[in-house]
Design a protein around this ligand. Sequence first.
Ligand code: AMP
Ligand code: MG
Length: 318
Amino acid sequence: MKNSYSNIYTFNEKILNKLINSLKNGGVAGLPTETVYGLGGNAYLKKSVEKIFQLKGRPKNNPLIIHYHNLNDAKNDIEINNCLVNLYRKFCPGPITFILNRKMKSKIHPSACAKLNTVAVRFPKHRIVRTLLKKIKFPLAMPSANKSSGVSPVSPKDVFEEFKGKLKLIINGGTCKIGIESTVIDLTGTPQILRPGIIDKILIEKSLKLKVLYNFKNKKIISPGMMKKHYSPGIPVLINQTKHDGKSAFIYLGYNHKYKNSFFSLSKKSNLKEAATNLYRIFRLIKRKGYKKIQICKIPNTGPGIAINDRIRRASKF
Ligand code: AMP
Ligand code: MG
């Protein structure tokens, strides 16, 4: 059944079959994951991969994350190592992406990996995308379902607003539970985090019993998606703000300004995980309300706060 927003479909057997047919033949679709909504296509087909880059307006040198149902499905495409097995057992399916060396015999279309000899792989947890991945015989190349450098979508309506009639198939999987993108960790050498997420450095180090490096503030861009300007709501964002300027939207933690106009709390309980979940929804809400600028208070740089600070710092490079 189609929802009131055209192109958004409720997930059922009939839509699953339609989806599988479309993906087999090079179509792309807006799909729910636990992190953000993705724009998914058959990772083995040139046609699908090209469509993803074109719809997003994504630079060709920014590779896509490849999504699988389980590690066994990925074994012909990537070199599996001990760190991967350890983190896979602990956190997968879940919001973590691994950079690994690509196998020579891998069938992933080279442009999905920006012609690099590495592949980014993820095993998403959302029930709908797992049902789909279990049924198909190919992995999904799937970046976030938004125009390049913008805010990731966390609801099917967000995806519709990004692409309107250009994306014919969007599956309704509700609002994303996590709300920000996966942690990205490079496992081709000494493990290093390229993008912070909800699964943080401390959790990863505990699991690996190893020191893990951070590499998302480095000047040198080793992963193209580490570009400074990203996650931008399309209006100026000012971070570490202490005083409301009287006209901008002000994002904060807690409940002090509950009844005041222009104040938006990321989490009434100042819970950083909840704050991460609400960040992009509130960015979009503010934009829709017509504000011209966003001020954000200082966010504690611990746990999920590290991921929030990474996103808002990049969003502020307007
Ligand atoms: P996005 O698709 O916007 O969620 O971003 C995916 C992230 O993974 C970006 O930072 C990409 O640059 C990174 N990435 C994807 N594939 C690779 C790869 N093969 N090697 C290194 N980084 C990658
Ligand atoms: Mg993205």
